[in-house]
Design a protein. Structure first.
Length: 83
């Protein structure tokens, strides 16, 4: 299969490959350079990343109490990432 890069650097993923990999709207693709002319693409599973409402749950935790400092908030959020 061959695709063409647009002037904006975009490429369409052929339908057959999207179906095989389960690529749907909103999925994240991780790109890695294997060599100068070869790349690896990893499809992130939906369960690997929190959804957009995850931040809302975190924010609601502090609606009745003091909001932590930026440093404390970032430490708390990163604990879930294993950073």
């Amino acid at each position: 299969m061959i695709t063409t890069v647009t002037a904006r650097g975009q490429v369409s993923i052929p339908s057959r490959l999207r179906k095989i990999a389960g690529i749907t709207n909103g999925k994240h693709l991780h790109w890695y350079a294997v060599s100068e002319h070869e790349f690896r693409v990893i499809v992130e599973n939906a369960g690997d990343a929190p959804g957009p409402l995850a931040a809302l749950g975190w924010a609601l935790r502090y609606r009745h109490g003091p909001v932590p400092s930026s440093d404390a908030a970032m430490r708390e959020l990163r604990e879930g990432d294993g950073v």
